[in-house]
Unconditional design. Structure first.
Length: 306
């Protein structure tokens, strides 16, 4: 058993993302004089758009003529790890990636003490917290994203590695004027992050062993007349059904915390040591039992957004 942690996400804006090795544009900026063809793509204000008709001088943001000239194709690579939502649509299965490493620095402008990364493909994640003007870091830790399977000397020397996909860091120093640098390293490949959430952690009880896991696959299968099938790959969403025990006086605080998170992304951590209990998403179902002998139980179902 371990403390059940929720971290509401801080919005990462250009003002807060003070440094990144990733480019500001995935495609060229929109130009009113350009003759765009079907399939051409442009970037405006961190969003990518694709032309669906041949046209000139139809701004992807302000144009309202029909048929539509553009469709949105999601956030730019630099911001996909922070933002999934455009209007009411969430881009499930999107991620930020870069050959070798993703290196960025966030200046929250307020106190934070926790961070989570989910959907990680990397060998390690290094987190460095510094205060501008001070040489020595307040915090500098490197987290390996793989470990040997099993135990014993044979596994240590000859065993295969198990990859860790999710990481929760709950001990960041809560300095109000600090910069948080994150380096996601994959020296022999491409570094990838599905979502990064930074904020202030809240304890909403104790996660217990009845917590269960699931996964929903949205790939479609169509059967043809001759028995062959056509599979169209779509995204997947993870589900964690947390069983939580709370003392009676924790219930109101937990409800207040969760009420604000019903339609927004947050980090949920059942255990730092068990990466499959770490999820970035929204909760879909919440049921709370009345306290008995000072203890109450809570069932919290969270579905991923990465």
């Amino acid at each position: 058993m371990s403390k059940m942690i929720v971290v509401p996400g801080l919005e990462i804006t250009p003002a807060r993302l003070v440094l990144s090795t990733l480019p500001d544009l995935d495609y060229g900026a929109w130009n009113s004089a350009t003759d765009y063809k079907i399939g051409d793509r442009v970037t405006i204000d961190r969003i990518n758009y694709e032309a669906v008709v041949d046209h000139t001088n139809r701004n992807p943001v302000t144009d309202t003529a029909t048929p539509a000239a553009w469709i949105t194709v999601g956030w730019i690579n630099k911001y996909r790890m922070f933002n999934k939502q455009i209007g009411n649509t969430w881009g499930i299965g999107t991620f930020t990636s870069n050959p070798g490493a993703i290196d960025l620095t966030i200046r929250p402008g307020k106190r934070v003490n926790a961070m989570g990364l989910v959907g990680v493909v990397a060998t390690s994640v290094r987190v460095v917290v510094t205060v501008p003007g001070t040489a020595a870091p307040l915090y500098d830790k490197t987290f390996p994203m793989s470990k040997k399977k099993g135990v014993g000397w044979y596994q240590f020397f000859f065993g295969k590695f198990a990859r860790r996909d999710n990481l929760a860091i709950l001990d960041l120093p809560p300095a109000s004027n600090a910069d948080v640098r994150v380096i996601v390293s994959a020296p022999a490949g491409t570094a990838q992050v599905g979502m990064l959430i930074l904020g202030w952690s809240e304890v909403i009880g104790t996660a217990v062993y009845d917590t269960s896991l699931g996964r929903k696959n949205y790939t479609t299968v169509k059967e043809e007349f001759d028995g062959s099938i056509t599979m169209t790959k779509h995204g997947k969403r993870r589900l964690v059904n947390y069983q939580i025990v709370m003392e009676g006086d924790e219930i109101s605080n937990a409800l207040h915390t969760l009420d604000d998170l019903s339609d927004t992304a947050a980090l949920y951590v059942g255990s730092e040591e068990l990466d499959y209990t770490i999820i970035a998403g929204t909760y879909e179902d919440l049921s709370v039992g009345l306290p008995t002998y000072g203890m109450g139980t809570q069932n919290l179902s969270v579905r991923s957004l990465n």
